[in-house]
Design a binder for this molecule. Structure first.
Ligand code: QAP
Ligand code: CO
Length: 168
């Protein structure tokens, strides 16, 4: 089932998501619905708060063929390499806006999969960027928060205009 994506400005995106203590059919269904929603919107990453659910789940698939999905429960960045990358990123909650953001180039992430198993993966490049972006959503952080004030203000102005004309 395709879910509705919440856009920037909705206060839900500014609430922290809660830790998952038990996996259930509800969480399995939610995870697959999030993947379906992400694919339908041509996204490469989606976090549960973006569909209005304040739980620590994110789904990622940077493959073009929709064949490399990763579902992460309670993801946590445990190690970073101090090298940074500065590249454009977008967000399904901010359609049409893309900005360069500084992120760690290489990270190690701990999470739980849908079978309840603890996983640890080391990632670099685009997938590492997407993971940092999605984990930020779980902590109520949005990529525009990293921009200089003047740049963020321009984006907010554009969004206010879009809201006014009913296009947000
Ligand atoms: C996060 O974002 C990400 O504006 C995932 O019109 C993306 O999947 C982190 C999307 C890139 C790092 C680099 C955005 C789709 C998808 C849009 C997305 C749009 C349609 C964003
Ligand atoms: Co996002």
């Amino acid at each position: 089932m395709k879910l509705k994506i919440i856009k920037y400005g909705n206060p839900i995106l500014r609430k922290k998501s809660e830790i998952i203590y038990e996996i259930s059919d509800y969480l399995r269904k939610l995870s697959y619905d999030m993947l379906e929603t992400m694919y339908a919107m041509s996204g490469i990453g989606l976090a549960a708060p973006q569909v209005g659910i304040l739980l620590r789940i994110c789904v990622i698939d940077i493959s073009l063929e929709h064949k490399s999905s990763i579902i992460m429960l309670n993801p946590k960045i445990i190690l970073v390499d101090n090298n940074k990358i500065y590249e454009k990123e977008g967000c399904l909650s901010l359609p049409g806006f893309y900005e360069s953001i500084k992120r760690f180039k290489k990270i190690s992430v701990d999470y739980i999969d849908l079978d309840g198993r603890n996983k640890k993966i080391e990632v670099t490049g685009l997938i590492a960027k997407v993971m940092q972006h999605e984990i930020d959503h779980l902590d109520a952080k949005i990529f525009v928060d990293y921009l200089p004030n003047w740049k963020r203000k321009i984006i907010i102005k554009k969004i206010k205009r879009k809201i006014k004309i009913g296009k947000w």
